[in-house]
Design a protein around this ligand. Structure first.
Ligand code: NA7
Length: 540
């Protein structure tokens, strides 16, 4: 039933993707009344919006799924090693039905504003459908990569062909058969879409500014015997995932890349390349992400692979990343990406030497001339991590907005609560491990922490939790210090805000590991929420 225009609930959740749905389930178990608002016209979040050709998870499906229900683990059957977008969306729908989650989700409704009432310790939430709702708690489950970046290329409005964004792909079938297609952007979305679009298009031009490091996924159907084998030990596997550094289980390396001989190192890299795991190469030696020379050995190994696959040496060189260390931007997991450039109808346009001047009614004009096109696909990325929160007008204590507070970069205690914005929690937000981990594991950890925190407040008759400014300053500094000990800041990546013109620079992700992060969060909770300020009001 539709909600009345004015309404009060215990909690509002922004977003009905993997995070929001699990948060709803948890808060319901706690006995809270909860309203979830979802901008899309269906649930699924990332897996609803990113339905571009070739969209697929880069974490193995049996790891990238909820772990909270052993029954769910047993009954769901993944068909491929890496699940495609439609299969993950089917899984999310299955979960929503199984746990009866849909009845608290309002679709096609975007939260536009949230203002804190300091006297009553509640939030006033407004939506683009004209609703206002009062809630003690807000959980921002609005995604770490959900606001598409405006590519800012002039002339797009004048183009008479079709324009698509990978991050806003239409629900209806798109056919490129017989079409001249351009893809702009060669991050992970472009790398997944390009080989699939090339299968259909009459001609495909890829407009590349910065080449990515793409590793073969070696995706394949899962055999019933292997899923049965993992299911037999799923509880133990899930426990190991939870305790792991990045949300996936592996033996940590023990040696430096520089202390082994070239032949041994190359053999190790070959094995990792063959593993089809996103972090396979990263996990070979201890110092890939901390030592430039060690990192360069992997980077050069990937370049040698590109040279061995791509037959035209000039194209191979253009596809070879040289401007940033390996894995300081998220590597991509591909299926046939480099080999796509061996097809005669596929061309690579290097935007470093021939930049785009404008989009015209007929195509794209670079400094070298016009490419005539029927369709343009933007795979140009997101305003990551802070974008989805700053898209909402969030007004905290003293009338200060989150946009004002984060004008020079996010300050966010444990990546969960920002001082001055009490009772507003974030899942997979800035300054948490989020995108450097298997987010399925990270989101469960944060959702469970938030749920325990709310339970604690209610048990103790408390109505407000805020971050202590000093603790928040420490955490924000710690996130920066940890990043500074790695090579991550060496790349102009979306991890640092560098992909969005005018966005403040700073490393936005906690790189200390999910295990350590979980320890920090648990310690805060155990000590009665040290680093936070808890209070009560007589209006509760
Ligand atoms: P990314 O990784 O941000 O990639 C965006 C790509 O688009 C990247 O190659 C950019 O080049 C390029 N880009 C962005 N703007 C432009 C303009 N204006 N002109 C030309 N090229 C441009 O986003 P993805 O969606 O591929 O992947 C995001 C994550 O989603 C992924 O890591 C997974 O975790 C899921 P640049 O590097 O800026 O030179």
């Amino acid at each position: 039933a539709p909600l009345p225009a004015a309404h009060a609930v215990d909690a509002v959740i922004v977003g009905a993707g993997l995070s929001g749905l699990y948060q709803l389930h948890q808060l319901r178990e706690l006995g809270l009344t909860t309203a979830v608002f979802e901008a899309g016209d269906d649930i699924g979040g990332t897996w609803y919006w990113n339905r571009y050709p070739g969209a697929r998870c880069d974490v193995e499906s049996m790891s990238y799924s909820y772990s909270f229900s052993p029954e769910l683990d047993q009954e769901w059957e993944w068909s491929e090693r890496y699940a495609s977008q439609p299969e993950i969306l089917r899984y999310i729908h299955h979960v929503a039905d199984r746990f009866d989650l849909r009845r608290d989700v309002t679709l096609s409704t975007r939260v536009t504003r949230a203002a804190y009432d300091e006297d009553r310790h509640v939030w006033q939430v407004s939506t683009d459908t004209g609703r206002t709702i009062t809630a003690r708690f807000i959980v921002m489950a609005s995604g770490c990569m959900s606001v598409p970046k405006d590519p800012g290329i002039p002339g797009a409005d004048s183009f008479t062909g079709a324009i698509y964004y990978t991050a806003r792909w239409p629900r209806e079938e798109v056919s490129f058969t017989g079409k001249r297609v351009a893809v702009i952007g060669t991050g992970c979305s472009g790398v997944q879409a390009i080989p699939v679009i090339a299968e259909e298009a009459a001609a495909l031009a890829v407009f590349q500014r910065t080449p990515a490091y793409a590793l073969p996924a070696h995706n394949r159907p899962l055999r019933g015997t292997e899923t049965a084998e993992l299911k037999a030990r799923y509880p133990e596997f899930r426990r190991a995932q939870r305790l792991s550094r990045g949300g996936t289980v592996f033996e940590p390396p023990t040696r430096s890349a520089l202390e082994v001989g070239v032949a041994e190192r190359t053999a190790t890299y070959e094995t990792a390349w063959g593993s089809g795991l996103l972090s396979g190469l990263l996990r070979t030696y201890t110092d890939i992400l901390t030592d430039e020379k060690a990192n360069e050995t992997v980077a050069e190994f990937v370049r040698s692979k590109i040279r061995s696959i791509v037959t035209d040496p000039a194209t191979a060189e253009l596809l070879s990343p040289r401007t940033f260390p390996f894995a300081t931007k998220r590597p991509c997991l591909d299926t046939g990406y480099y080999a796509t450039y061996n097809q005669p109808h596929v061309t690579l346009v290097d935007l470093r030497t021939t930049p785009i001047e404008t989009i015209t009614p007929r195509g794209i004009r670079t400094s070298e001339g016009e490419h005539a096109l029927d369709a343009i696909v933007f795979a140009t990325g997101f305003d990551a991590l802070t974008g989805s929160q700053l898209a909402i007008d969030i007004v905290g204590k003293g009338g200060v907005t989150l946009r004002e507070k984060w004008a020079d970069g996010p300050r966010h205690h444990l990546g969960l609560v920002s001082a001055g914005f009490p009772n507003l929690f974030t899942v997979l937000g800035p300054l948490s491990p989020s995108v450097l981990t298997n987010i399925a594991v990270s989101l469960e950890q944060q959702v469970e922490w938030i749920t325990d925190c709310i339970a604690h407040l209610r048990r103790n008759g408390l109505t407000e939790i805020d971050a202590a400014p000093a603790a928040e300053a420490d955490w924000t500094a710690q996130v920066a210090e940890i990043a500074a000990r790695t090579l991550y800041p060496a790349a102009a990546s979306w991890y640092t805000g560098a992909n969005i013109p005018g966005k403040p620079r700073g490393f936005l992700v906690y790189a200390g590991g999910l295990d350590r992060y979980r320890g920090e969060c648990d310690a805060a909770a155990r000590s009665g929420y040290s680093g936070f300020v808890l209070s009560a009001t007589s209006f509760s």
